[in-house]
Design a protein around this ligand. Sequence first.
Ligand SMILES: NC(=O)C1=CN([C@@H]2O[C@H](COP(=O)(O)OP(=O)(O)OC[C@H]3O[C@@H](n4cnc5c(N)ncnc54)[C@H](OP(=O)(O)O)[C@@H]3O)[C@@H](O)[C@H]2O)C=CC1
Ligand SMILES: O=CC(=O)O
Length: 320
Amino acid sequence: MTRRQVLVFRELPPGVMARIEAEHDVTVANPRMAAQREAFFAALPRAEGLIGSSFAIDAAVLAQAPRLQVVSSVSVGVDNYDLAALRQRGIVLCHTPGVLTETTADTIFTLVLTASRRVVELATLVREGRWTRNIGEDLFGWDVHGKTLGIVGFGRIGQAVARRAALGFGMPVLFHNRSPVQAPGLQQHALQLPLPALLAQSDIVVLTAPLTEATRQMMDASRFAAMKPGAVFVNGSRGGLVDEAALLAALDSGHLRAAGLDVFATEPLPLESPLRTHPRVTALPHIGSATHETRHAMAAMAAENLLRVLRGEAPLARAA
Ligand SMILES: NC(=O)C1=CN([C@@H]2O[C@H](COP(=O)(O)OP(=O)(O)OC[C@H]3O[C@@H](n4cnc5c(N)ncnc54)[C@H](OP(=O)(O)O)[C@@H]3O)[C@@H](O)[C@H]2O)C=CC1
Ligand SMILES: O=CC(=O)O
């Protein structure tokens, strides 16, 4: 079998690297690290396969890779890729759906609980030696069990969040999705609604839709205003779905109780972002899938996708 030129643009576990190196010649260069950026762009002209994540592979990058046949993303979301340019060139884009679903749903549900029960604020109080009396009304949290949960984007992760909510916490679930969904085990618990009705009726709103032109900035000032007073907002999909200034205004006006955010318009979150230190925001560093087990499973699946396409076989999961 012909050895191909593979460019790895983020760190992969040693076992996964060994599998790729067994079949192909590999260059490792992470363009997000200043010291490796030049090496990444130097390797692009000969690259036949790319594997990595968290870097925009746009038309300008693709134009520098005339031999490219496959891009294998170590992610399920594919908003970092210029889908039209990839299709036009006939370059296969692969991704990692499924293996990260339950872990990401765990993270999102952690944010639901943490934001509602003020976990970070109260744990910080203990850590800083400010627990000097019994907690009073001013520091009480908000029950999660029994509240109505609205899920925007009812795919793999949205349904996994719904299972936790409905079957574990007795929460009625509302969801918004463009196409109808029959979610196994959730028929008695989940109701599909248009977005305005979901926002008006949910105590807690969770985003699990992908970032596309249709969802970009979908949560703007009017959508936050349409949420119930005192509701909690959680974003586990992409920061690009949210107008962050509008979210801050909704928190500061007291209209929203709290927010739990794993993703931001700009990542890493800039130091000057008010979301970083806002007392009613729980901010995580995009860790939806970040467990040892799941990140390794994602890397292994992405490598398998890459190797299959370079062998002329169908990948496990093709995104475009
Ligand atoms: N925080 C993190 O670390 C992680 C974040 N993610 C994010 O989660 C997203 C979802 O992943 P996953 O559940 O596997 O993907 P799926 O494709 O299974 O689910 C996405 C759902 O969103 C729906 N959707 C798409 N467009 C819209 C729209 N305009 N309005 C309403 N619903 C819409 C889709 O259905 P339909 O098209 O019929 O509307 C689909 O049901 C990823 O794209 C990624 O951005 C994923 C993993 C980790
Ligand atoms: O954000 C992570 C992903 O897999 O998409």
